[in-house]
Structures are given as C-alpha cells and as structure tokens.
Design a protein around this ligand. Structure first.
Ligand SMILES: [Fe+2]
Ligand SMILES: [Fe+2]
Length: 291
C-alpha cells in the first residue's frame, strides 16, 4: 500500500494559527509515504510568510513535494513578479517547481500551473505537460499534482486555467489515473467522473488546509491509500467553528475495470460516495474570488 497525504492552500500569513500545530501533528501521525502540497503555501508571497511556510514544511517527518500556486508569486512587487517570479519559492520551499516522486508502483508528477502574468488564472505549459506525459507509465498508478484544477464543477465562477481541458484530455490518453489540485478552497472527489466520457481520471480537488477566511467554512486535508487499482480516501475536516479536526470520513474508489467506480471493485456493489458537506456548493460560489 502507498499512502499519500494531500495538503493544499496553506496560505501562511493568513492562516488559522490555532490549528497550525494540530495540523502538523496530524500530518505526521498519518505516517504517509509522501505529502503533496498543491500550492498557495503563502498568502501574499512575502518573505516572512515564506519563512513560516518553510518552517511548517520542515516539520513534516516524511518525503514531501510542493509546487507554487497563484498566491506564491509576489503580487505587490511587479518587477519581482515579472522578472523573478519563483525566486522566493525556490529560495525557501524548493528549487524544483515541478518535482516528482516515485515509490514502488506509484508515481507523482507535479506541474507548476501558476502564471505571473495573471492574477488568479493558471496556465498549463506545453513543455511541462509533454515532459509529464512522457513519464507516465500505464503499469503504474500515475498521479499528476498541480495547483489549478483541470476541470471545474458547475457553479464555479473562476476561469479554468489556460489549456486545462486539453491537458486533462492528453493526460488521460497516456494513462494518468489521478489528478490532485487545490485553488478553489472547496473539496471535491469523484464528482467529475463521467463514465460515458471515460471515467479514467479521478480528480481530487482539495479544500484549504489552513486558510483563515471564514467563508471557506472549514479546513481540511485528505489521505490516499492506494492498493493497486483500489483507492481509499480519508478526509479530515476541521470546521471553522470547531476547535479541531472531526473524525475522518472515508470514500472508496476502484479502477479495476480500467475506469474509476465509486465504492469498491464490484460495480454491482457500488455505494455512493459520501455527500459533500452542506454548504459546499455555496462555498464554491462565495469563495471563488480569492482562492
Ligand atoms: Fe489559488
Ligand atoms: Fe488558495
């Protein structure tokens, strides 16, 4: 089994301070093989915010990889934003903007979807996508990780990243099975599976792990347990009006048929995934402006 913990949108500088230590303890308690941090590690890409983010990441007691989000590019320093957009990320978080990781039959390939020429909207760069596609091996579980989602659920009023739809199609065509993303501050897993159109890529869109914006309603992270074609997702939620994390919820998916099905390997025995928490759709609309 391979255990991967997915964190996103930490937003250090505008983070929920009272939850920070608890989050780190829980991350380490999971004893994951890898922690994937899908961007927005800082709120405004300021040096002190990067330092706090780096301190948190240093406390993770296992392998971790991170990639930039739109908030990780300096906003108020146009020269730095345009000439050296990744300098602070490289200096404090990681020199690699699109890192990768492999253990056994699972590999994670990251893409840097942040765009210094846009405030929020992401971009999928042809060269990076081609490099990731070349490394995808249909015999493995291939996970692609990036900040901006490659597809939006109905009602999301943000612009989809440039070339997102084409990238999703190309990744699916070469055998990517899972896409991890963040940015929207709204949890979603399995909602975009379309058995008619394919159903070969399961998109897991993380909520924010630590952003303090009340409209987000909750902080959360999830854990992926991968056993061959079987996947269990453990979702840990800390509502804004609750002092810590609630007991986790579990969702099961299987791709034993080549297409993902919720609820296990036997489609006749499928169970519905746990419903999105009440208010999540509203949250998608109300928080879509600053994610
Ligand atoms: Fe974002
Ligand atoms: Fe964010």
């Amino acid at each position: 089994m391979t255990r991967i913990l997915h964190l996103s949108d930490l937003h250090f500088g505008f983070h929920r301070r009272a939850l920070t230590d608890d989050l780190l303890h829980r991350v380490n308690d999971v004893r994951a093989d890898l922690v994937v941090v899908t961007g927005d590690v800082t709120h405004r890409a300021k040096p002190a915010q990067y330092a706090r983010a780096a301190q948190f990441l240093k406390g993770i007691e296992t392998d971790w990889i991170a990639m930039p989000g739109n908030h990780d590019v300096p906003l108020f320093n146009p020269l730095l934003r345009l000439l050296r957009p990744w300098a602070r990320f490289r200096q404090t978080i990681s020199d690699q903007l699109a890192p990768s990781w492999r253990s056994g039959n699972v590999q994670v390939l990251a893409l840097n979807s942040a765009d210094p020429f846009a405030i929020q909207r992401g971009v999928l760069r042809r060269g990076q996508v081609a490099a990731a596609m070349a490394r995808i091996n249909p015999d493995l579980t291939n996970i692609v990780a990036l900040h901006h989602p490659l597809q939006h659920r109905p009602g999301v009023d943000k612009n989809l990243a440039r070339r997102a739809a084409l990238t999703l199609e190309m990744l699916e065509s070469v055998g990517a099975q899972i896409v991890l993303s963040g940015h929207l501050h709204v949890w979603s897993a399995g909602a975009l599976l379309d058995p008619v159109a394919g159903g070969r890529v399961l998109q897991i869109q993380a909520g924010t792990a630590l952003c303090a914006r009340p409209g987000d309603m909750r902080n959360e992270f999830c854990v992926l347990d991968i056993r061959g074609p079987e996947l269990t997702i453990e979702r840990h939620v800390a509502p804004m009006d609750h002092p810590g994390f609630l007991p986790p919820e579990y969702l099961h998916f299987s791709r034993v048929s080549g297409r993902w099905h919720p609820g296990g390997h036997d489609p006749d025995q499928e169970t519905e995934p746990l419903p999105t928490e009440p208010g999540a759709t509203d949250t998608a609309l109300s928080t879509a402006k600053t994610g």
